[in-house]
Design a protein around this ligand. Structure first.
Ligand SMILES: Nc1ncnc2c1ncn2[C@@H]1O[C@H](COP(=O)(O)OP(=O)(O)OP(=O)(O)O)[C@@H](O)[C@H]1O
Ligand SMILES: [Mg+2]
Length: 494
């Protein structure tokens, strides 16, 4: 099979720093290719070059064996290349139809051809067997549906190569299934798919072949049948794979709880939730997407409005009506949606990392930049964050490294309780272990930890106790002695 797309010796530097060191990448028609690599390996950069978002420092792109000029997204589209961005690019107040035709409206003598546009829209809907009301406002539509409309746009633009960059991070299990069905359908239509994800299970489900990058180099391309999680991890990291172990428990069972939640209810659906977390204890929250796990911790943290109940830290009641009150009481939350709540993308790395520690960074009322940088440098070392410099804006970091900066904010000894809400989202296999090590370190230091993950295996590996959540309530509080995924799943589904 000839390669319909070839990228040859692609180099890319950002202000003199090499990010891609002569990458070769080729895909055949109708192939689903997974593109894997640790955070910061260069996956998104390589794809952005293909889409005309970035310009390669050198190297060629060939389509059907002919050299293609791709200087901007328009030229990429003309060459049949489209991308479904992780950060959706649609404009929320416009209708689905308006977004679908944004910049490509059909006009005759300057007049919008509404009927014709609807007709085309429905044709694409039929083609994918996906139906969504064209007249609803985009902001009223779930992320999954918006993503589907993005895919429809790719089809409408006659794309032959469709790139998915971590498409499943905000989807529920059902929505993921629909997405996978659509991708397989695209394959049948001979579309070429390039699929980036850190969730290796998805790769085994979807991909035909796997390309693995490491530190700006292409390690190689392999048939899926030859791959396993250990082999992939070793190619990604260049290090021997060690199976993830249970964290060592540091729970001080005989001590008084550091955090007590008593009969907490909130407007977000949290209902009469009570539990304790002891010093050094990791309490995991398990449940299906939509079970109300994030809602519970947001209510504790003061991000959502409580309607009843009390929070005690170290045996003393604390009034928390705002995240600032929670932080003052020693409770930190690493939120699920880092783009919205975790970091200020335009600000420097060291400013983000020290955001909640401003007091400590001051001396006689003056911010001490040296102190801030010193703190950040240490945090970056502890979490192995890959950064070009401490003063670069967070925006310039790869997705996973942004997440590590969010975590680094809380490496603060004044904190007593730390809540991790899906901290491993978008994080590569190796970096997940870094996050787990950090959780263990926090626990060892005697902090009380709450840990949420959609990956049950992660909850089992980290937690001393597991609270199973459904409908904003705690269904069961179990000691995690020898729990398996199956045990927990049975409780979730009972
Ligand atoms: N606009 C930019 N300016 C400077 N450096 C950048 C820019 N975009 C990316 N980089 C750097 O290029 C490297 C590769 O980043 P890229 O986003 O391609 O990684 P990735 O493989 O997609 O990682 P992730 O899995 O975390 O999304 C990183 O070290 C990143 O900091
Ligand atoms: Mg990326």
């Amino acid at each position: 099979m000839g390669n319909m797309l070839e990228m040859k010796q692609i180099r890319k530097e950002f202000s003199g720093v090499p990010v891609l060191n002569g990458v070769d990448f080729a895909v055949g028609e109708g192939e689903i290719r997974a593109l894997l690599g640790a955070n910061g390996a260069g996956k998104s950069t390589l794809m952005k070059i293909l889409c005309g978002v970035y310009h390669a420092t050198s190297g060629d792109v060939l389509i059907d064996g002919r050299k293609a000029e791709i200087k901007n997204p328009l030229q990429a589209a003309e060459n049949g290349i489209a991308i479904v961005h992780q950060e959706l690019s649609m404009i929320p107040p416009l209708t689905i139809l308006e977004n679908f035709f944004l910049g490509k409206e059909i006009r005759k003598h300057g007049l919008l051809q509404k009927a014709k546009m609807r007709e085309e829209y429905f044709r694409v809907c039929d083609e994918l067997d996906f139906h969504i009301d064209p007249d609803v406002k985009t902001r009223d539509v779930s992320v999954a549906k918006q993503q589907m409309v993005e895919i429809m746009k790719c089809i409408h633009a006659n794309a032959r190569i469709i790139i998915f960059d971590e498409p499943t991070t905000s989807l529920t299990d059902d929505e993921k299934k629909t997405l996978f069905e659509v991708i397989l359908k695209l394959k049948q239509q001979k579309k070429t798919i390039i699929y980036i994800s850190h969730i290796l299970e998805e790769i085994f489900l979807l991909a035909d072949t796997v390309s693995i990058m490491r530190n700006g180099d292409m390690v190689g391309t392999f048939p899926k049948a030859e791959m396993s999680i250990p082999i992939i991890s070793e190619h990604m990291s260049g290090k021997k794979y060690v199976e993830g172990q249970r964290l060592t428990s540091h729970c001080k069972k005989d001590e008084k709880p550091l955090l007590s939640v008593e009969h907490l209810s909130a407007k977000n659906g949290t209902k009469d939730v009570s539990f304790d977390v002891r010093p050094g204890e990791v309490v995991g929250l398990a449940g299906l997407v939509g079970a109300g796990r994030s809602e519970i911790v947001r209510s504790i943290f003061g991000a959502d409005t409580k309607t009843a109940g009390r929070i005690l830290v170290d045996g003393k009641e604390v009034k928390i009506n705002h995240p600032a009150h929670a932080i003052a009481a020693g409770i930190g939350l690493i939120p699920e949606d880092r783009k919205r709540e975790g970091v200020i993308l335009k600000h420097e790395i060291y400013k983000n990392a020290t955001l909640i520690q401003l007091k400590k960074m001051r001396s006689m009322g003056m911010l001490q930049t040296a102190r801030e940088k010193n703190y950040t440098e240490q945090a970056i070392k502890r979490l192995s964050v890959k950064v070009p410099s401490l003063t670069a804006p967070v925006m310039k970091l790869s997705g996973g490294n942004q997440q590590k900066i969010v975590v680094s904010k809380w490496l603060d000894d004044r904190m007593k309780v730390l809540i991790f809400d899906e901290p491993t989202k978008g994080i590569d296999v190796g970096a997940k272990e870094d996050i787990f090590r950090t959780v263990e370190e926090f626990a060892k230091a005697g902090m009380a930890i709450i840990f949420i993950s959609s990956d049950l295996n992660e909850v089992i590996r980290t937690s001393d106790r597991i609270l199973v959540v459904r409908g904003g309530q705690i269904l069961k509080d179990v000691d995690n002695q020898n729990m398996t995924q199956k045990d927990i799943m049975e409780i979730i589904l009972q």
